[in-house]
Design a protein around this ligand. Structure first.
Ligand code: GLA
Length: 751
């Protein structure tokens, strides 16, 4: 709900309040963002007295000697007028920096939200929007601050429109989507960082005096730092932030000399200079923010809900995502039609639902050095063409999917020979190379048209249910002229291309990818309901990657595959069942040579797909949470309605620990009874090495209990002993190194 009762704007969601006020000087200031304020009478009590004196710090004017811009809580800051903290806008005209005095001009409240940016969150009857216009007539400049309120999810979207009402061009060096000033508090900033194959590992930065910056300069949202950020303090207060944007972004948290915390998020000012022509406007992407008293776990749950409901869209939004098999780690470039069909046979008999043909299906693509841009099926490899192959795969009862990497060009390609000027480059130097490939300049209309036609022809040439849209390099060598606009234009052009393609093929399930998770963001999720999380499919490495990703994104949007052992990324050996236990907390797939699996692993695979389908609603629609017991043991939970999947995840097997592990479920309700049962796993006898002479397998322990919520939450349910080298009995649990076990927890009755 949005209310204006002069001088306050009060935005409230089911659990939070966001309050601003128009001051008697005609400026807009922030009052508070936190737990819901139930009575407007309380607002003046929350406001600071404004009587603090700050020595030599500049004050607003002689009539306001205790109004120090440096210490005010703001909604936007342009700098140059005594607020020396980071600015959220920076504007230039003819070589000089503008120092605007933004004064309140008016407001507008409406149901729904402006469809202001190609990748904005969905509007429906539950959202309402406040627009506050601030202006500086001397510069002919207006700034429209926009707040869209999603009540049930406790989420507020923030964005800004800049209007050039003057006769001259204004240069925008910075236009951040969000600025939030928090009065004070010891906050820790959590960011999600990494590199190729170790994306979105959580990092804690204790905020101290100064500025902490997270950003991407890669041209895409990037694997180095995701735009997802949380601020949390010791009292369990947490703020969550994300950006609906796939390009360069910057998030900064500054602790001012007086302990104020200023958080800013938006397009990265690095390399950015937008020409705002006379009479034109500039829209920032939308920033998403939430607030919770249950720490960042609470803020994360709000985000998982919000993204599932308002970011992901299209015909696959709420549909069950199919279990797929992808041939990449099974064959890489070394495949024939026979091999693909053999894999498909195995997949069909194992209960897999979708076959994805990855890189290498088009002419000239026998390795990663050539042919990006051409997109002509390789008739030598696929003698019956894509249609022939797809038909055969569909006959086996599978859907058919295909990999493409449309935004790229290889020098060794027909496309480059015909259109060398379509490559992103500057004229004066050779472009930087990455995986032998270059970026296609999709900001050119003719390039977008080429891709749309080429891809449409491929997508309609066979019965295609799924497309993996890859993007395997960062963007460099931004071309002249106006290269300060290039990266933002690239992102906007990508959105229009995706909009065109996904609208033309509404039934295709699109999965984003960028060398794994190099572009995992809310902008992309507006067009593609799921994204390949990481090229690292190792079960242990995936624990940190998936935990980090699930902090901001729902499990249906995050894909995870069971791959081979030893892992192709780190050579770690693991059991097939343990790999599944990690991969199933996501949209599940397989990416290994199914034809060369042992009999035990084939059996395990069949049981896994059946188990996943039985519990798919929980695993794909549930809310994720975790409990870290020690560096060696943690629990994952995915809860939907009355059912929870819990995974006990162990790093190393502890010999002779003398301890019985306990299953905790922190969200168990005191007044309820629960039924808990362990997923039974196939344990090949070879796991026991020379201790066992037998062949074949045993089943993991049978475990089924009824227990009260009180015990599950507060005491933990003892799970029985693990194998410790002292002999084996039927109920002993074998987890081993990097092992895990899944428990199904069902709320069965109220006590
Ligand atoms: C990227 C993707 C992989 C695979 C290869 C194909 O690395 O992340 O999953 O599709 O490209 O070249």
């Amino acid at each position: 709900m949005i209310r204006f009762k002069a001088p306050y704007f009060h935005l409230s969601t089911s659990g939070t309040s966001y309050v601003m006020k128009i001051t008697e000087r005609g400026t807009l200031e922030h009052v508070c963002y936190g737990v819901r304020i139930t009575s407007d009478e309380d607002i003046p009590c929350i406001e600071e007295s404004g009587r603090i004196r700050l020595g030599t710090v500049p004050y607003a004017d002689e009539a306001h000697q205790t109004v120090f811009p440096e210490n005010l809580l703001m909604e936007i800051s342009a700098g140059g007028r005594g607020d020396f903290r980071s600015s959220s806008i920076e504007l230039w005209k003819d070589g000089s920096m503008l120092i605007p005095e933004l004064k309140y001009e008016g407001y507008r409240i409406y149901e729904g939200k402006a469809d202001s940016f190609p990748a904005s969150a969905l509007a429906d009857e539950t959202v309402s929007t406040l627009e506050i216009t601030l202006a500086d007539p001397s510069y002919g400049l207006a700034v429209i601050l926009r707040y869209s309120v999603y009540e049930e999810e406790d989420v507020i979207l923030r964005s800004m429109r800049l209007e050039n009402r003057s006769e001259d061009k204004i240069g925008i060096r910075q236009a951040s989507s969000l600025l939030l000033d928090i009065p004070y508090g010891d906050f820790t900033l959590y960011s999600y960082d990494g590199a190729w194959a170790r994306e979105r590992h959580e990092t804690a930065h204790e905020l101290k005096s100064g500025i902490t910056v997270i950003d991407s300069k890669l041209g895409i949202s990037g694997n180095e730092h995701n735009p997802l950020v949380f601020l949390e303090n010791h009292r369990g207060e947490a703020y969550g932030f994300n950006l609906i944007y796939s390009g360069n972004h910057m998030e900064s948290a500054e602790v001012s000399p007086f302990g104020r915390i200023r958080f800013i998020s938006g397009i990265n000012p690095y390399g950015f200079m937008w020409n705002l022509e006379a009479g034109s406007t500039f829209e920032t992407p939308e920033a998403v923010m939430t607030c919770s008293r249950c720490g960042r776990a609470g803020a994360s749950a709000n985000f998982q809900n919000f993204v599932r409901k308002y970011i992901i869209r299209g015909s696959w939004k709420d549909r069950e995502r199919p279990v797929l098999v992808n041939n990449w780690e099974a064959t890489y470039f070394d495949f024939t039609q026979e091999k693909i069909l053999a894999l498909a046979d195995e997949a069909a008999s194992a209960g897999i639902e979708l076959f994805v043909l990855d890189d290498g299906w088009f002419t000239g693509r026998r390795n990663d050095c050539a042919a990006l841009g051409d997109w002509e099926p390789d008739r030598e490899r696929l003698p019956e063409g894509l249609k022939g192959l797809a038909d055969r795969i569909i006959e086996k009862g599978l859907m058919f999917g295909l990999w493409v990497e449309p935004e790229m060009i290889s020098i060794n390609s027909e496309l480059f020979r015909k259109h060398p000027d379509w490559m992103v480059r500057r004229h004066e130097n050779e472009p930087v190379v990455c995986r032998h490939q270059y970026v296609l300049d999709i900001t050119k209309r003719e390039v977008q048209d080429y891709l749309f036609e080429k891809l449409s022809a491929v997508f309609s040439s066979c019965c295609l249910s799924y497309v993996k849209w890859d993007m395997n390099r960062t963007i460099t060598d931004y071309p002249d002229p106006d290269n300060g606009q290039f990266l933002h234009r690239y992102t906007l052009s990508l959105y229009s291309l995706l909009d065109r393609i996904t609208s033309a093929f509404p039934e295709i399930l699109f999965e984003g990818c960028a060398s794994g998770g190099n572009r995992f963001d809310l902008g992309l999720l507006c067009f593609m309901p799921q994204i390949w999380t990481s090229d690292n499919t190792d079960l242990h490495d995936r624990v940190a990657i998936q935990e980090g990703t699930l902090m901001g994104y729902p499990s249906s949007s995050m894909t995870a595959h069971v791959a081979a052992s030893p892992s192709h990324q780190c050579l770690r050996r693991s059991r097939m069942e343990s790999r599944f236990n990690i991969a199933c907390f996501a949209t599940l797939g397989y990416e290994l040579d199914l034809c060369s699996l042992s009999m035990e692993d084939k059996l395990a695979l069949r049981r896994q797909t059946a188990f996943y389908k039985e519990h798919r609603t929980v695993l794909q629609r549930g809310i994720f949470s975790k409990l870290v017991i020690s560096s060696n043991q943690r629990f994952w939970y995915m809860t939907y309605g009355k059912e929870t999947m819990a995974a006990e995840i162990q790093t190393l097997n502890e010999c002779h620990s003398g301890r019985e592990d306990r299953l905790f479920f922190p969200d168990a309700k005191d007044g309820c009874m629960y039924e808990v049962s362990a997923r039974r796993e196939i344990i090949p006898l070879s796991e026991y090495g020379s201790l066992s002479k037998g062949k074949g397998y045993v089943e993991s322990e049978e475990f089924s209990m009824k227990v009260s919520g009180n015990v599950l939450r507060n005491y933990g349910l003892p799970l029985g002993p693990q194998f410790t080298g002292n002999g084996v009995d039927g109920d002993m649990r074998l987890l081993g190194d990097f092992g895990s076990r899944i428990y199904v927890i069902k709320e069965i009755e109220n006590l």
